[in-house]
Design a protein around this ligand. Structure first.
Ligand code: GDP
Length: 215
């Protein structure tokens, strides 16, 4: 059994625009990534059972930062925003992607990433980049399909299978670069509105946050 952590203890630590500002690369970090408007903030609030925790990530100036939340002295969540790209010049977009890519490739304490995709529109450009970078660099990846209440049950479950099939075909099993057993990408439905899927996310976080054997 993995230790269940107390996710409502999450506290905002800081927002960083350069990797040199990250806290010391020790302990355990789990990242959350998603395009803007995918429902990531609502999900983060539901997962931590805090009504406005992730509002911090949305305040002006913080939308292009990695926002860190501490759970305890050695465990953190990192919120990786993918903003509304339509409004953003290409140079800014490039710079942001470069920062995310380097973070995902080099952060030793990163134990896993949850990629949030809209159940009605999975595999948008940002999503695919995240999946490519994480799987290439051995970051265990977990997919949460948001706003599941927007689809009827049948189509929602069918989408889970479609997404699972595609990630198995494209990415196979990921061998974690910093220890732990090889993991296939899991896929689940989530609705902040209906509070669906919170326990499953907790179980995955519990697992990643308790893997001891870092290389
Ligand atoms: P973020 O930009 O990814 O952080 O997205 P937000 O959490 O701010 O949500 C974007 C919009 O989607 C808001 O209008 C939310 O009310 C809505 N939303 C978020 N989660 C859900 C959900 O589970 N179901 C439905 N129907 N709407 C949601």
């Amino acid at each position: 059994m993995n230790k269940p952590y107390n996710y409502n203890k999450a506290e905002f630590l800081n927002g960083i625009a350069r990797l040199s500002q990250l806290p010391e690369d020790v302990g355990y970090e789990v990242a959350f990534a998603g395009r803007s408007n995918v429902g990531k903030s609502s999900a983060l609030n539901a997962i931590t059972n805090r009504r406005a925790l992730a509002r911090t990530s949305k305040t002006p100036g913080r939308t292009q930062q990695i926002n860190l939340f501490t759970l305890d002295v050695e465990r953190r969540l990192a919120d990786l925003p993918g903003y509304g790209f339509a409004k953003v010049p290409n140079s800014v977009k490039k710079q942001w992607y470069a920062l995310l890519e380097t973070y995902l490739q080099t952060r030793a304490s990163l134990r896993g990433i949850i990629v949030f995709m809209d159940v009605r529109r999975p595999f948008m450009e940002f999503d695919v980049r995240m999946l490519d970078w994480c799987t290439e660099s051995g970051v265990p990846t977990y997919i949460v399909l948001t706003k599941s209440d927007k689809l009827k049950r049948g189509p929602a479950l069918a989408m889970v299978n479609t997404v699972k099939k595609r990630v198995i075909e494209e990415y196979g099993v990921i061998t974690p670069r910093n220890g732990g057993l090889p993991e296939a990408i899991k896929v689940q439905l989530f609705s902040s509105l209906k509070k669906e899927g919170v326990a499953e996310v907790h179980a995955q976080l519990d697992y990643w946050l308790s893997i001891q054997n870092i290389k």
